[in-house]
Design a protein around this ligand. Structure first.
Ligand code: LP5
Ligand code: MN
Length: 254
């Protein structure tokens, strides 16, 4: 009996200890013994580089200590036989192989197509579908540029912490001034992306608008878009895909 769990948008942060504890509890109970666990981005509120793992002593923010606890817990699950996969989000696109190795996980590209019970399923973080948010699309292009990333990763940790805080503040100001529909996925982009990948099921996070949307592709085939929610104190979201290949979106009490 194969079971896969998918989660997204935990936004783990030293100042949100209830979510961290809730996640670690979920990992030890619910995720124990499953075949695969997919974390579809924004696992951390902000990730400034894997070298943080080596400098917990120089990190007053508490992010390094948090990451070490979380990687150790993930590695225990991996050691028990669960395959763990990490996809980048718009907050943790700097997660790298060093982090993945510490967690016993593999990085997966966004988008990724998997097969469940012989049906292809498209997994994404979801930010790339928000094409009407032109300011974000421009930021995304810059943030995913390898040359920019290399330059940023060469900065001292303290400067990176500051830069991340500045970007978070600018993002907070920008999003409070954007229309709600601009920050949701573009319907036609969803349909085009699903067609391009030959799928009738898409699972993503990012928008924090958990739902199952039934839709129709251009060729009139029925399709569904399953949106994972973000994790809050006491409440998370998961998608379970069991042996029949059918995904179920569920609210999780933490
Ligand atoms: O994240 P959230 O929910 O606030 O909003 C997102 C989009 N914003 C972002 C930006 C991130 O929040 C920034 C945090 C990154 C942390 C890691 C940093 C690691 C690198 C630095 C340290 C080493 O993703 C937001 C969307 C919203 O989702 C909904 O989809 O609207 O998009 C924006 O807010 C973008 C703004 O509109 C414009 C960009 C502001 C920053 C401009 C600086 C440009 C210079 C960059 C190089 C220094
Ligand atoms: Mn996101």
């Amino acid at each position: 009996m194969s079971t896969t769990l998918l989660i997204s948008d935990l936004h783990l942060h030293p100042e949100a200890p209830e979510v961290t504890e809730g996640f670690l509890g979920w990992l030890d109970s619910r995720a124990r013994g499953v075949d695969a666990l997919y974390i579809l981005g924004d696992f951390f509120e902000a990730w400034i580089g894997d070298d943080l793992l080596d400098h917990a002593d120089q990190d007053p923010s508490g992010n390094a200590a948090l990451a070490l606890r979380v990687t150790a817990a993930l590695h225990r699950l991996a050691d028990d036989g669960t395959q763990i996969y990490l996809m980048h989000g718009n907050r943790d696109f700097l997660l790298g192989h060093r982090f993945a190795a510490a967690a016993g996980a593999k990085l997966v590209t966004d988008p990724a197509v998997l097969r469940f019970a012989d049906e292809p399923v498209l997994l994404m973080h979801g930010d790339s579908l928000c094409t009407r948010d032109e300011a974000y699309m421009a930021f995304r292009q810059q943030a995913r540029n390898p040359a920019w990333q290399e330059q940023v990763l060469a900065m001292p940790l303290a400067d990176r912490l500051q830069l991340a805080a500045a970007l978070r503040q600018q993002s907070g100001e920008a999003t409070s001034n954007k229309a709600e529909d601009i920050m949701d996925v573009t319907p036609q982009e969803v349909i085009d992306t699903m067609r391009d990948h030959g799928v009738t099921t898409l699972i993503h996070g990012h928008t924090h608008r958990p739902a199952v949307h039934e839709l129709e592709l251009d060729d009139l085939r029925p399709a569904r878009r399953i949106v994972l929610g973000d994790w809050q104190p006491g409440q998370g979201w998961e998608v379970e895909i069991g042996p029949n290949g059918n995904p179920t979106l569920r609210e999780v009490a933490l």
